[in-house]
Design a protein around this ligand. Structure first.
Ligand SMILES: Nc1ccc2ncsc2c1
Length: 243
């Protein structure tokens, strides 16, 4: 997978070259290129924004600059293997399911807006020619899209084959079965008078699996009842319903 990010703050994306993601790059599992939007300006001030039509606070990012940048980064959009992703609070929710969907993309191109966002015609123009996703990482507003890109890239790349040391990790993620993960424990057996639940040390794998499922169901019911309600009817067996 190739990932391109267009931004006015390239250094914000430095974490993409660290740790797990950095190793995935070094191992050739992904390619990452970060582009400075100002490289496509032609004025001495390198202007990337302007006042909003209709008035109102803040500034809007100029379509001309974005058009030149994305044409250059995406290349010929006819039959482009790329998806264009625009982080925005006004987007569809980014979910584990969407992260999984994006793992089949050959290319992801992220357009990081700042200020009050990018002139809508940029999305409208490219949406006529290729898949474009306006995506939110939650119901809150950041200063720009860069942090959202870090979140989404990590969520997608960790699902790619070979990236995680143990493929079971991704398969057993929170949300992989529609539930939140239950609690996890490691040594010591007792810490500040708090013991590890004995079942986890019993060696009885069936009992451990049942205990973990029960804790996941309890946690999901307590913190995310919406996820329980969204489960398909056959997702819960009799033992689950007894929790
Ligand atoms: N452009 C922009 C501005 C704020 C924001 N918050 C979450 S994603 C995003 C994107």
């Amino acid at each position: 997978m190739r990932i391109d990010v267009v931004t006015i703050f390239p250094s914000y994306l430095a974490p993409l070259r660290e740790a797990l993601l950095g190793r995935a790059i070094d191992r050739g599992l992904i390619e990452v290129a970060v582009h400075d939007l100002r490289d496509w300006t032609h004025d001495v001030h390198q202007a990337v924004d302007d006042s909003p039509y209709g008035g109102g606070p803040g500034m809007v990012m100029k379509p001309q600059v974005w058009g030149e940048a994305l044409d250059s980064v995406i290349g010929p959009v006819i039959d482009s293997p790329a998806r264009l992703v625009v982080p925005t609070p006004a987007g569809r929710p980014f979910t584990q399911q969407l992260a999984h969907e994006w793992t089949s993309a050959e290319r992801l191109v992220f357009a990081c807006g700042r200020y009050e966002g990018i002139d809508q015609r940029v999305v409208d123009h490219y949406a006529q020619r290729m898949p474009v996703d306006e995506v939110s990482i939650g119901d809150y507003v950041l200063v720009g899209g860069e942090v959202a890109v870090l979140v989404m890239v990590e969520a997608v790349v960790r699902l790619l084959p070979g990236v995680l040391g143990n493929p079971r990790s991704a398969a057993e993620d929170s949300f992989s079965d529609g539930l939140l993960e239950g609690p996890a424990y490691t040594r010591p057996e007792v810490w500040r008078d708090l013991p590890v639940p004995p079942v986890l040390r019993s060696g009885d794998h069936a009992a451990v699996d049942r205990w973990r499922r029960d804790r996941a169901l309890e946690r999901t019911a307590r913190l995310r009842p919406d996820l329980l309600a969204a489960l398909p009817p056959d997702a819960l067996d009799e033992a689950d319903r007894a929790v």
